[in-house]
Design a protein around this ligand. Sequence first.
Ligand SMILES: [Zn+2]
Length: 189
Amino acid sequence: MHPDFKPHGVKVKPRSVNNIRGLALMYRRLLFKCEDNKSLNVVKSLEIILGKLGVVLIIKTMEEMGNCEAAASPDTLELLIREDVYDALHNNDGRARFTICHEIGHLTLHENIALARANNGGHKIFEDSEWQANTFASELLMPFNICKTINSAIQVQIMYQTSYEASAYRLMKLESEKPTKALANVGSI
Ligand SMILES: [Zn+2]
């Protein structure tokens, strides 16, 4: 989530922001039935809708998970969640909501891939499993067509129940997508 994000996951099939955006919007609108201007009900999406599709939720203790907050196994459709993160999710904690959507991203995007945590290096950001999952979570929680009309991270945070950090990063990335900005700068030289 940091602006200086470097590839640190495993190398996967490359995907563009637009590709991931389209998939996330399809999930949000067609599967989770959430309007663009509404906060996604992550608990219902995970436990009821994805549950019916075969996603198995496994809650693990702090001792079992250690530093790992959650993990996905796309091959078996298992999603492991540390108990404190699961509790935080049920309290609508922004960070926990993002963590779970990140794992839903792995389940969606990374079939048949062993998500080893080791950094095997030597790949581009668009080929990085963690960048792709973070991008999916951001697009799923904060639809771009609404966010591109908002200038305040706090407004995004309230509207979509996201952390301030994730909301501010979302707006910063959307700002960098605007072509008119670059053209305007060239014109002013
Ligand atoms: Zn991940």
